[in-house]
Design a protein around this ligand. Structure first.
Ligand SMILES: [Zn+2]
Length: 336
């Protein structure tokens, strides 16, 4: 049993759950024809039922907080790690990236921006370059973001080739699927250092099976290589502020304290599309002041105790530790 054996659990839990159910397929086909407000109202009434049903495991699933055996701890003795990610869903999000980056720089943070390569917008090269120059990371978010990526094994394989093309072209090493669909086996076909399409607990997602850990873990490919899975562990902004209509960050604070106490990975996904920079929210946006307050809270409460870094750094750290452990094990075998 080693630190990374949780990977195999994660994989087997998720294995073969990706035959897209008929109802879900119909939903994504019909989705463009259903007005946003109607879709949101349907989701809200469903969410109220889920809140009651999963009160014991969301936002905190106590079972997800166990430190895996052999976990090496964070670099420089840091208590926990914090990673900020952004999925850019549409033109509105694209427009707001630079402003969001400015806000983070002002408070002393850097995040990763995940762009959809062949979706409803084109990501300007200049935007990617300027974000990278300022210390932000670029990742790939799905391919078309239309719910088709996991439609079948063949569909995934076909789209994976295009995704790998964009990973190389953008110099990106991280991936996240649209709608957080995930199959850790299929994802082995991507040329990635990490994936971040899973979560410790999130019953509100269309594929709601969580990996039930707040620690990164290793997924091995057949050839012995692999990638690191980075589950998101703080509720997504859309879930809290649009779906559940929270007007404060109490849930983020509570979960952050719990993650910090257990020394796990605090990873959040905030969508630039949903931010109201004038702090006058609409049905599909929330005040940017909430995200700002979260960043200020982390900085003032945890400061240097928190390893705030890019997703790729956490993945590299975990991958390196893993290969060192493997090498040490080999040396012992050779000596014996
Ligand atoms: Zn998305």
């Amino acid at each position: 049993m080693n630190a990374m054996s949780v990977a195999d659990r994660g994989v087997s839990n998720l294995h073969d759950r990706n035959r897209t159910p008929l109802l879900r397929r119909m939903y994504y086909r019909m989705k463009p024809m259903i007005p946003w407000a109607v879709r949101m109202e349907l989701r809200r009434s469903h969410a109220r039922r889920l809140l009651r049903r999963f009160a014991a495991s969301w936002p905190i699933d106590p079972a997800a907080g166990h430190t895996p055996a052999g976990w090496p701890g964070w670099p420089q003795g840091k208590q926990f790690a914090l990673v900020l990610t952004h999925d850019v869903e549409g033109p509105r999000g694209l427009e707001q990236c630079a402003r969001l980056a400015e806000l983070e720089i002002r408070i002393g943070f850097r995040s990763s921006f995940n762009f959809v390569p062949e979706g409803v917008y084109t990501t300007p090269d200049a935007l990617r370059a300027s974000l990278e120059e300022q210390g932000f990371e670029i990742g790939v978010h799905d391919l078309h973001h239309d719910g088709s990526l996991y439609r079948s094994r063949a569909a995934f394989r076909f789209q994976a080739r295009r995704i790998n093309h964009y990973l190389a072209a953008w110099g990106a090493v991280g991936f996240r699927s649209g709608f957080m669909f995930h199959n850790l086996h299929w994802l082995k076909e991507l040329d990635i250092t990490y994936d971040t399409s899973t979560f410790d607990t999130d019953p509100f997602e269309p594929q709601p099976d969580g990996v039930r850990t707040i620690f990164p873990f290793w997924v091995t490919r057949a050839d012995g290589s692999g990638y690191v899975e980075l589950p998101y562990t703080l509720p997504q902004d859309g879930t809290l502020f649009l779906l559940l209509r929270h007007t404060n960050i109490a849930v983020w604070k509570r979960k952050l304290d719990w993650l910090a106490a257990r020394g796990g990975l605090a990873l959040v996904n905030v969508h630039p599309d949903y931010l109201a920079f004038d702090n006058r929210p609409s049905a599909c946006t929330y005040p940017v002041a909430l995200y700002e307050a979260f960043l200020e809270h982390v900085a003032s409460r945890y400061g240097n105790r928190c390893w705030h870094t890019q997703a790729r750094d956490v993945a590299t750290y975990v991958a390196t530790r893993r290969s060192r452990r493997a090498a040490a094990a080999l040396a012992v075998e050779a000596a014996g």
